[in-house]
Design a protein around this ligand. Structure first.
Ligand SMILES: [Zn+2]
Length: 421
């Protein structure tokens, strides 16, 4: 019933957007990868468009939105109003507006060129509605919650990295439940004479709406695959597995993913995962650990709207962990504080996911699962990078990713580890 309701609303949205309007009138569409918006109203005279993110029942938070606007006049000021979709996304859950109302939205006249995206000025908030304005530089404009990072971006990035490093290996982690590939790449690994002894796993987008996580990941792999002397040295001592997008299905359909039914990717790390890509990641990580080639696990996310600085989620039981693990965490945090210094400087202390109430649920979060299923020296953590700042764009995010990779390099080259057999 709820599914039928959602489909009916989408159809109404379709009528509103394409209907019988003249070809030169303002039209909104979302029928492309990552697209999401339900049109509430279009005022043709003032170029004012009111939208809400689509509710895709059981596919997580309706916070991500991304639309194409046609029929504009160059030089015209476009006004976009965004409010919360009042329909439940799961049972009786309705998402609060703050998650879908960044201070600044982003817009572009060339969807495929990510460097063309710009932030709007700060939005005006009135009650539950946020209003953004920008100037149309062509008849077609694209507007979104944040700069998109889609499977096509992942593909392009993996292509660049694999051409840069002939010794790298692209892999398909899994096929999603929707039949889509989840690609990744393995780089480094040392040489045949001197194989790398360390292993790193980096992944983003267990929550599909958190596009910033993928941009941080891009900064990481871009630096790690570069000819910077430290990056070259990192590839000699470590093998890096990188997965740019875990929840490819929700990213593709413009769904939020977070709090999906029956659970989202970052609550799926159990003995019986729902998602094939989670199961495949678990298997590969365990295999690396059993081969004594696993050291660092990094899960990349975006936090709440009011959090202005990046931070790591630390282990809830930090003080009860083996001494070696505690030492590793202290060293990690000290190095990360020095490296991740701006434009988005890291918070000095760990945060803790105290909102997760049961031990059982905590155990199903990826960083905890990895910590509980690998050797005592393994450093497993989640980085939350602020998304609601002027620097929360590809350049700022990529800087955090590069600094994160430099943190890993310093951590591994002067690290504490149990004796090798
Ligand atoms: Zn997240």
């Amino acid at each position: 019933m709820t599914r039928y309701f959602a489909v009916a609303i989408l159809l109404i949205g379709g009528v509103l957007t394409s209907g019988s309007m003249a070809a030169d009138s303002i039209r909104v569409s979302t029928d492309f990868p990552g697209g999401s918006a339900t049109v509430v109203e279009i005022d043709q005279k003032t170029a004012t468009i009111e939208i809400q993110p689509n509710v895709l029942v059981d596919r997580g938070w309706p916070c991500w939105w991304f639309l194409r606007i046609d029929g504009l006049t160059t030089g015209q000021t476009v006004t976009l109003k965004v409010s919360a979709n009042p329909k439940p996304y799961r049972a009786k859950s309705v998402l609060s507006a703050s998650w879908m109302q960044p201070d600044r939205a982003v817009y572009s006249n060339d969807e495929s060129d990510r460097s063309s995206w710009r932030q709007t000025g700060k939005c005006q908030r009135e009650g539950e509605v946020a209003t953004y304005q920008f100037e149309a530089s062509s008849a077609t404009m694209w507007v979104a919650w944040g700069v998109p990072f889609l499977p096509s971006d992942a593909e392009r990035l993996l292509d660049v990295v694999s051409h840069r490093l002939p010794g790298s290996e692209r892999f398909e982690l899994a096929r999603t439940r929707g039949g889509r590939p989840v690609p990744g790449i393995r780089i480094g690994g040392g040489t045949a004479d001197k194989p790398a002894r360390f292993g790193i796993w980096v992944q983003a987008r267990q929550h599909a709406w958190e596009s910033g996580g993928s941009w941080v990941g891009r900064g990481f792999i871009d630096w790690a695959s570069s000819d910077d002397a430290d990056a070259v040295a990192l590839r000699e001592i470590a093998t890096i597995h990188y997965v740019p997008i875990m929840d490819v299905d929700c990213v593709s359909i413009g769904a939020g993913g977070k709090d999906a039914t029956p659970r989202d990717h970052n609550r799926d790390w159990s003995d019986e995962p729902v998602y094939p890509e989670v199961a495949a990641a678990q298997k590969l990580i365990c295999r690396l650990d059993q081969a004594r080639r696993f050291d660092v696990f990094l899960d990349l996310h975006n936090p709440g709207p009011n959090e202005q600085r990046p931070y790591f989620f630390g282990p809830d039981n930090l003080n009860e962990l083996p001494a070696l693990q505690q030492q590793n965490h202290a060293r990690w945090l000290a190095i990360a504080q020095e490296e991740i210094a701006g434009p988005l400087p890291l918070l000095k202390e760990y945060m803790f996911a105290t909102y997760v109430k049961t031990e059982e649920e905590r155990g199903r979060m990826s960083a905890n699962w990895v910590r509980n299923h690998t050797s005592p020296h393994v450093l497993s953590t989640t980085l939350e990078t602020a998304w609601n700042t002027p620097h929360s764009q590809p350049d700022g995010y990529s800087a955090v990713g590069r600094q994160l990779a430099q943190t890993v390099f310093r951590y591994l080259t002067g690290r504490t580890r149990e004796a090798q057999p």
